[in-house]
Design a protein. Structure first.
Length: 100
């Protein structure tokens, strides 16, 4: 019997991983107090770092890992996950203006 294959499951996994990563980064940057700029610009840094990692990991796969390739749709799935992580942060935060 052939295995059931979910089409584009890897894209869902990419999105989910970057959803949790970006959301966790925002919360972590807000909660830390050692670096004030990182605390006050948490969203900007979390989205920037997450986006950088989305592209960087694909480049690493392409150039350094045998039998792996660059996939722009993986990057797009990562970016969707980042956007959803940010949207979830806004939803959870509600009307709070400072802190978390």
């Amino acid at each position: 019997m052939p295995k059931a294959r979910v089409e584009n499951l890897d894209k869902v996994v990419h999105g989910a991983l970057f959803f949790f990563f970006s959301f966790s980064a925002i919360i972590g940057f807000i909660k830390q107090n050692q670096f004030p700029k990182l605390h006050f610009d948490a969203v900007k840094y979390a989205i920037g770092i997450s986006s950088f990692l989305a592209v960087f990991t694909e480049l690493i796969q392409h150039f350094l890992i045998p039998k792996r390739n660059f996939d722009v749709f993986d990057i797009l799935a990562d970016l969707v996950g980042i956007a959803l992580g940010f949207a979830f942060f806004l939803y959870v935060r509600g009307d709070k203006k400072c802190g978390f």
